[in-house]
Every structure is written in C-alpha cells, then in structure tokens.
Design a binder for this molecule. Structure first.
Ligand code: ADP
Ligand code: ASP
Ligand code: MG
Length: 402
C-alpha cells in the first residue's frame, strides 16, 4: 500500500468550505487505496491574530505561553478536518503533538522535531486517516513547542521521513514553485522540477512557498517533495536531487525579501582585530550578520564597514554597538528600508557573465546596489526597498524567465 503525507497550508484550510474541499481531496486519495497522514496549518491569518493577542497583553509575552497559544491554531483545523472526513463516512482521527508525541529540541518558537512515536499511528493507518497538526511538538520537559513560522512544511517532511512515506505532497494556494512570486509578478512561470539546493536558496532568500528547514531536511534524507495546488488539478512542482535535472537556463528563479536592515560604521579604526571586535558581541547575541562590505578610506587610517542583519534585530544591534567599548568609529548610519533581491540557479556555475548581466540590468533601471553577496548558485544584492518589484521584474525578464 502507498503511504502518502498530504500537507495543507493556511489558505487551503482558510474557511469551512475549504476544509470540506480538503476532506474531499483526502477522500479521493484514500478511496484510491492509499494510506493517508494529513498535516494541517492553522486557518489563514489565525497565527498572526494569536500573535497580536499576545502582544496586546505584553510585547515580550512569555515564550512558553506563546507556544501554547500559537499551537491552538493548528489544533482547531485538525479537529474540523477530522470531523469533515467523518461526515464523509470515512474513519479519521486527530493525533495532537502531546498524544503522539512529537518530540522537539531547541528554544520556544524555534524548536526542531527530533523524533516521534510512529507505532500507534502506523497501526491506525490500516483502519483510517490520521490528521496531525503542523508547526508544533513537545519538549523533553513536556512543554508545548513550536518550530518557526511556516513550520507545518517541516512537520510534513519530518513525518515523511519518520514514517518512511512513499510521497510527501505540499498542497498550497498556488500551482507550484514559480520562477518568482506569481502573486506579485503575474508573468512568473511554474517550474516543473527543481533541485533541493536551488529550492533551499530560493526559500531562504524569501520564496515563502516552502519553509527552508523543511527543504533542508528533505535534502539531507533525500525525500522527494511535490508542491501543488489545493484549488486546481494541475501538475505541481517536483523537488528532488540534482543529478536528474537538465539545466538549459542559467537562472531558475528570482527571490526577494524585505526583512533586512543595513548598518554602516563610518570612520572605524583600520587595524587588525577591528572586524572581530565588532562582530563578536553580535555573534554572542545570536544576531545573524548576512553581508559585510569594507571600504578603505583615503587617509588609510580609517575605514567604513557596512553589514546587513534581519530588521527585527536592528534595535538590539544598535544597543550592542553603542555598548561596545572595544571599537571606535566616527559615526553610524542605519537603513531599515532595504530589500534583498536574489537570482538563483544551478546553471549559473557554468554560465559566464551572469554577474555582469544582473548589474547591467539593475543599472539600466537606475537601481543602486548597496551590497552584494554571492555563492555558487546564487547572487544577491541589497537595494532600496522602493525598487524591489522593479528589480525583480527586470531580472525576471533579462534572465528569460517571463
Ligand atoms: P501555505 O499557507 O500553503 O503554507 P504560503 O503562504 O506559506 O502557503 O506560501 C505560498 C505563497 O508563497 C504563495 O501564495 C506565493 O505568494 C508565495 N511565493 C513566494 N515566492 C514564490 C514562488 N517562487 N513560487 C510560488 N509561490 C511563491
Ligand atoms: N501556522 C503557522 C504559521 O502561520 C505554521 C504554518 O502555517 O506552516 O506560521
Ligand atoms: Mg507556508
């Protein structure tokens, strides 16, 4: 018998009618003779609403209680879906994080699934459909945990791995993975198949359609994924290892994110150890520094150092820099209205001139580049936020993705 993991995201279960529609998709798969584990997200907007409630009580709402609060979103959908399946005369049952249990490690709101008890559910699959909440688990101490925004994807992949499933299908509100966000750039094209590496870069650089840690786990354990639509019957996008993919294009997709901030330390003493003194306390505070640029000044004694961080870390970073007695600088400048735009493609490695083409394209649009970072299969630039869609459109066109 084929064992299928079917994950349904927030929009797919956003209303009662949609939950009933999802129940019908599951019924079709079940009636075809498959064993089914369904993973569900909270109804669209619910997690944000719960976060807002917590902030209305306290900006720094207790982390343990926040996880208890947020985990309820998925539990609601689970029960409604199981009820809808039962109404269709199917046998179905919810299994909550603590009932399985789904064991996690790490901090509240950013935990990782490390194991779960598969035996009871495996037995149950011979009789009925298991419905499991995404995005959550339980710590060794027995506390409810959550595994990061968009985490239901990671739950689905972890379950696919631990249950040794035959397929893992991610049902969402678009037809698959596109060359860029199809809701923002309508000429975006659906990608039929994409490697784990490229998908990991795209999702880490802002393509929300898959959560990065889910892709990473799939890559490590070689679990093929399919991203497809809940609302159409069209074929989705297959994500798997690279060997079997033909690269006839240098660039596979364009991603962007608007959650970065840029900091420049002006007139920093130019001597050995300065960079280490700047970044060491940031590292200790677990602030992730993304791009770093250093300019040599004309007097050769001082330098300007620019770096980017996540915008949510900006106030903490300012505070740490202010209190850092080991560094001297003349001035400091911040820009929290920046965006990161990236091109991703395994074909870039073998295509000369990609960098020039990207920079020329942006220059033609009079878009100023504030910082650059590269790897074998991606090229990212920081630009002013107001230019984001313009830049994405231009790059999408010049790399022949329209
Ligand atoms: P779900 O609730 O199903 O998990 P998400 O909202 O997390 O869905 O992800 C789907 C959304 O990702 C789409 O609606 C789309 O706007 C966005 N998206 C961003 N980049 C891409 C891309 N390259 N391909 C497809 N969708 C993308
Ligand atoms: N409900 C959670 C979120 O909105 C998890 C998910 O949807 O995957 O982030
Ligand atoms: Mg998602």
């Amino acid at each position: 018998m084929v064992k299928k993991i079917l994950k349904f995201g927030g929009t797919s279960v956003g209303t009662i009618e949609r939950i009933q529609h999802v129940a019908n998709i599951i019924k079709k798969e079940y009636d075809a003779g498959n064993q089914i584990i369904a993973i569900v997200s909270a109804m669209a907007g619910r997690t944000n609403e719960l976060i807002k409630y917590s902030k209305d009580i306290a900006q720094d709402f207790d982390k343990r209680e926040l996880d208890v609060l947020l985990s309820t979103g998925e539990q609601v959908t689970c029960a409604l879906l199981a009820g809808a399946l039962i109404k269709l005369k199917l046998k179905a049952k919810t299994w909550l994080n603590w009932q399985i249990p789904i064991l996690t490690e790490g901090e509240h709101s950013n935990s990782r699934i490390i194991n779960m008890n598969v035996s009871q559910i495996s037995k149950y699959l011979d009789e009925g459909i298991a419905v499991i909440p995404g995005f959550q688990g339980i710590s060794k101490k027995g506390d409810v945990t959550t595994i990061g925004r968009g985490g239901s994807d990671a739950t689905a992949v972890a379950i696919a791995k631990l249950f040794n499933a035959d397929s893992c299908e991610i049902y969402t509100d678009v037809d698959g993975v596109f060359s860029t966000d199809p809701n923002k750039i309508p000429v975006a094209k659906k990608i039929e198949k994409i490697s784990y590496d490229e998908m990991l870069e795209l999702s880490s650089l802002g393509a929300k359609v898959m959560q990065p840690s889910a892709v990473q786990t799939a890559m490590i354990y070689n679990i093929p994924l399919e991203v497809r639509s809940t609302f159409t019957d069209r074929k989705g996008t297959k994500i798997f290892d690279q060997q079997s993919i033909d690269y006839n294009k240098s660039v596979t997709g364009v991603a962007y994110s608007k959650d970065d901030a840029k900091i420049t330390l002006i007139g920093v003493e130019d001597k050995p150890g300065v960079a280490a003194n700047i970044f060491d306390p940031l590292n200790k505070a677990q602030i992730n520094v993304d791009m770093v640029i250093q300019n040599i000044s004309s007097d050769q004694k001082t330098t300007d150092i620019t770096f980017t961080i996540k915008r949510e870390d900006l106030s903490n970073t300012k505070e740490i820099l202010k209190n850092n007695k080991k560094i001297k600088y003349q001035d400091i400048a911040y820009n929290d209205k920046v965006a990161k735009v990236s091109i991703v493609g395994a074909g870039m490695v073998s295509t000369p001139g990609v960098t020039f083409k990207m920079f020329k394209g942006l220059a033609d649009e009079k878009i100023n580049i504030l910082a650059i970072s590269t790897s074998e299969i991606k090229l990212s630039v920081i630009i002013e936020q107001e230019n984001t869609l313009n830049a994405v459109k231009k790059l999408h066109t010049i790399f022949e993705l329209d």
